[in-house]
Design a protein around this ligand. Structure first.
Ligand code: AP5
Length: 207
């Protein structure tokens, strides 16, 4: 398959957790706008300074900033056979801009009720050395690395509520937009990490 795949879903649905299955099956590189923005914030670039306030309050970063970031990333040679987008597009204007620069072949939508999202996000921890995502209850890290785990600044209960509100207002309608185009593949994201992984794998193999 030459086109790109979009991994879609609410914050904390498990997009980052499941992305490696799709990367392994398709060989497409993962492009996470959240990771790219966090890298810019930690380097203190102009873009990072602009994005920081939005991210820490749980609001979406303006479309033009994100679209510019993606346009630049897609110019790199590893993107020529299509990529896996994780956390992008998140608005209809972002999807319309994407249509002009790459062909999207499928949108895998991980669907999780709001009630499960808060506990997933508040318990998330990340290994800064490997980027691996853990959870204090659902995916505990090995004891020897627990001391170096970090918690994202936007993973507080208050910010999660804002992120969910932004999802329902600005991002969820995009799921319907892709559904109307026959590209949306819904996956039940409410099971265990392994169960959701099996469903994601089946979805990719059906393409
Ligand atoms: P971003 O980094 O994209 O955050 P997000 O969409 O809110 O998604 P997350 O990374 O929080 O969740 P995830 O679905 O990857 O879940 P994970 O696998 O980690 O964006 C951050 C911010 O950047 C945005 O708020 C915005 O400001 C900005 N931004 C980024 N892209 C943008 C764009 N395109 N436009 C505008 N602004 C943009 O899992 C979560 C936790 O749950 C983990 O601890 C995991 O172990 C656990 N878990 C996963 N699956 C399960 C399961 N099945 N059962 C139990 N626990 C599970």
């Amino acid at each position: 398959m030459t086109g790109s795949i979009v991994l879609f879903g609410p914050p904390g649905a498990g997009k980052g957790t499941q992305a490696s299955i799709i990367v392994d099956l398709t060989g497409k590189p993962q492009i996470s706008t959240g990771d790219m923005l966090r890298s810019s914030v930690s380097k203190g670039t102009e873009l990072g300074l602009e994005a920081k306030t939005y991210m820490e309050s749980g609001k979406l970063v303006p479309d033009q900033v994100i679209i510019g970031l993606i346009e630049q990333r897609l110019e790199q040679s590893d993107a020529s056979g299509g990529v896996l987008f994780d956390g992008f597009p998140r608005t209809i204007p972002q999807a319309e801009a994407l249509e002009k620069i790459t062909n999207v072949s499928a949108v895998i939508s991980i669907e999780v009720p709001d009630d499960d999202i808060v506990s997933r996000i508040v318990g998330r921890r990340m290994d800064p050395e490997t980027g691996e995502i853990f959870h204090v209850s659902f995916k505990p890290a090995p004891t020897e690395i627990q001391g170096r785990l970090i918690q994202r600044k936007d993973d507080t209960e208050e910010t999660v509520r804002n992120r969910l509100a932004a999802y329902h207002e600005q991002t969820k309608p995009l799921g319907d937009w892709y559904g109307e185009r026959g590209l949306l593949i819904p996956v039940d994201g409410s099971g265990t990490i392994e169960e959701v992984g099996n469903s994601v794998e089946a979805a990719v193999k059906s393409l």
